[in-house]
Design a protein around this ligand. Structure first.
Ligand code: MLT
Length: 324
């Protein structure tokens, strides 16, 4: 057999053995990197979503919590992963917009080295305290903080985390502040709040509302324009006298260069997962706002992320928030 014919046959054999993109994907389990500790709002959303996306895709989705530096370590790992659809990451306004402004020496392009896949539900935030704090209203909490400057501690998940952005907005709205104690996520921070190891936090509703409903912490206000049907008795921050609006939206990303057919397949699986009535009901019970199917399309999500970066860049620069 001539060498030419042998090479041609070998090439055909290789082509036949490698599935064309989009047909066989996913042919093995997918890793979903979660940038905060287990037990927090990002981890909880990842597990609910991952379980149902796995059904849609017919492959396991393995959650990998990669914590530290408010999600920048996780996103660096995601950016370095192979762009083959087998490593994706969940993130949010803090990890994938604010940190691009705050962290000046990331060593990678947080916006340019990641491929937006799809937009996920958003959490309004709750201003909460331990039950040991002698305040029953947001005004009384603000007065208490102002009367005890530098004596009250509050939890965040690091510079640029959602709970840090919440603390910044709280300070802008009330001129009150608290000592920021960084955790690997607001899951662990919530445990310390319940135990009065820290006294206050501005945290995502999916994490804080169940604890407030159980009477383990006190909720003073929600940071949305209107009261949430999930918590009709909690006033908006504006109703409580200190207008502040912030929601921590979530999303999925892949390494830059992940084929569009794979990005589309992942976005479709997430869209189907969020269309499930049981999933929608649970997320709404936690106070979350769900995106529409159109908002979940990759191109729409990419445009949304760019607009959020344009909105938050001047806010964060004005606040002088920088990590060198
Ligand atoms: C978490 O999942 O722990 C939170 O998203 C952390 C944060 O951003 O506050």
């Amino acid at each position: 057999m001539s060498i030419k014919r042998r090479i041609a046959l070998a090439a055909i054999a290789v082509c036949l053995s490698v599935p064309a993109f989009g047909q066989a994907y996913p042919a093995k389990p997918i890793t979903m990197i979660v940038p905060f500790a287990a037990g927090g709002p990002t981890d909880a959303l990842a597990r609910i979503l991952g379980e149902r996306m796995a059904k849609e895709l017919g492959q396991q989705i393995i959650i990998e919590n990669v914590t530290g530096a408010a999600g920048t370590i996780a996103m660096a790992k995601l950016a370095r992963a192979a762009p083959d659809g087998y490593t994706i990451g969940i993130g949010h306004l803090g990890t994938n917009v604010a940190n691009a402004v705050i962290y000046t020496k990331l060593g990678f392009d947080l916006l340019g080295d990641l491929e937006p896949i799809t937009r996920l539900p958003a959490n309004p935030m709750l201003v909460v305290s331990s039950t040991a704090v002698p305040a029953k209203t947001l005004k009384e909490l603000v007065d208490y903080l102002k009367a005890n400057p530098d004596k009250v501690s509050g939890g965040t998940a690091g510079m640029g985390s959602g709970s840090h952005l919440g603390a910044l907005e709280f300070n802008k709205a009330t001129a009150a502040k608290y000592q920021l104690v960084p955790y690997r996520g607001t899951g662990p921070a919530m445990q310390d709040l319940i135990a009065n190891q820290i006294q206050v936090m501005v945290d995502q509703s999916s994490n804080a509302l169940p604890q407030a409903q159980a009477g383990k912490i006190r909720a003073y206000a929600v940071t949305s324009a209107r009261r949430s049907p999930a918590m009709p008795d909690i006033p908006t921050a504006a109703e409580a006298g200190f207008p502040m609006e912030i929601a921590i939206w979530n999303g999925l990303w892949a390494p830059k260069g992940t084929p569009a057919a794979i990005v589309d397949k992942l976005a479709a699986a997430a869209t189907a997962a969020l269309a499930e009535p049981a999933v929608r009901k649970r997320m709404q019970e936690l106070g979350m706002d769900l995106p529409t199917a159109n908002e979940m399309k990759p191109a729409a999500f990419a445009a949304f992320q760019k607009a959020e970066f344009a909105k938050w860049k001047p806010i964060l620069e004005a606040a002088g928030v920088k990590v060198e």
